[in-house]
Design a protein around this ligand. Sequence first.
Ligand code: ATP
Ligand code: MG
Ligand code: MG
Ligand code: MG
Length: 458
Amino acid sequence: MRFFESKGHKILPSASLIPVNDPSILWTAAGMVPFKPFFTGAAKPEYTRVTTCQKCIRTPDIESVGRTARHHTFFEMLGNFSFGDYFKESAIPWAWEFVTGHLKLPADKLWVTIYLDDDEAFDIWHKVVGVPADRIVRLDKDTNFWEIGVGPCGPCSEIYVDLGPERGCGSPGCGVGCDCDRYLEIWNLVFIQFFKDEEGNYSPLASKGIDTGFGLERVASVLQGVPSNFDTDLLREIMDFTAGLFGLKYGLEEKIDVALKVIADHCRAITFAITDGALPSNEGRGYVIRRLLRRAVRFGRLLGIQDLFLYKVAGAVVRQMSKAYPELAQRQDHVLRVIRTEEERFGETLSQGTEMLNRLMDEAKSGGSTIISGAEAFKLYDTYGFPLELTREMAEEQGLSVDTGGFAGAMENQRRRARNARQETEYISERNTLFKEMREEIGESNFVGYDTLEAGAI
Ligand code: ATP
Ligand code: MG
Ligand code: MG
Ligand code: MG
């Protein structure tokens, strides 16, 4: 951030993980989220050049955690932003200067991507910065064009580090953009230059902007020369703490390593999210917390851990990160209490639920089926607190799948029943109020309706 400060940027603190005034998203998933109104023009920024280190949560990446070397549900995204100030001509050379000059990453290991027809970006990378043309790859809309519905949008350009063939998947088509771990995407530069209207037409914006995202854990893994984000000091400390609690060691057995990674990742996510005001529940943000927490507890069980442990790991997260994020230490008591309570609650039903699921899976298998019905998955959810995804993952481990459509149907039925029950209660209390008012008006002795009704007329 000091680097961008030297280029005239204002350093701003990370915003909350819970987006402010934006009901369209559950979490802050990128550095640009707090600045959306400046890109849409809905608000005027105080500074036109800003740099941040933003806490992010990305739940869609949950199942990649521990499977790839580079995905977390919680991570820190560094970024520099321009609101109608500089554009590609500065953003590209600065990114290169930072990566090669400041971080000293070897230029011959770096690759660059641009959007298909973004010749302007190509010329800057090639002619101004000097990246060889055969290291600049043109990728399509899937990865290299940023847009969310109607509004400002534009092409992207990314920087990748080639970590060597030994890290690759070995398939003949393996190259930049392959999903394996050889080419590591470290930085995404978004050039906000169009406005997309309701009809899907793109028109040039008068005031262009820059939005970039640079993954801290990924860059740390490259700088520290370790095989994954989890082997950096950021995550290792937490994994070693967890391993130490149970007399285990990281790096000896794949199954143990994956569990330690998942626990460390999910525990960081819930610790930060609860610090920012989220609480476990059955809906929206709270459901995400619940799902992450329960998933972490289950991975603990896979390690043979029966005791409460997650709140202790959360303590390690607070100790490690509170220098950078003092709010963690300030709310530590509350956060650890919430985690402990939720862990206790889930622990009480986890064994029974697992038993029930094992029975269901045995029955399905012996009946020649590969499916757990939606109604059964819903019962596990409703009675034992198993998030659907947990049931699905546990079933997948045994080669079975879950009827998620049936689950949604069962959930909807229950909602409808709850809604009807609620309406009835509201109706009763409304009538009671009405009769109470009438009684007050008419006088106690003349009024018999209230008691008659109370006694069971409704
Ligand atoms: P990938 O293709 O590897 O999933 P992405 O294209 O989804 O990454 P962006 O949306 O471009 O990522 O985010 C900007 C940067 O944030 C990435 O270049 C990367 O360094 C970092 N990043 C994105 N997702 C994650 C994650 N789940 N965990 C850690 N870092 C991430
Ligand atoms: Mg991604
Ligand atoms: Mg990508
Ligand atoms: Mg990207």
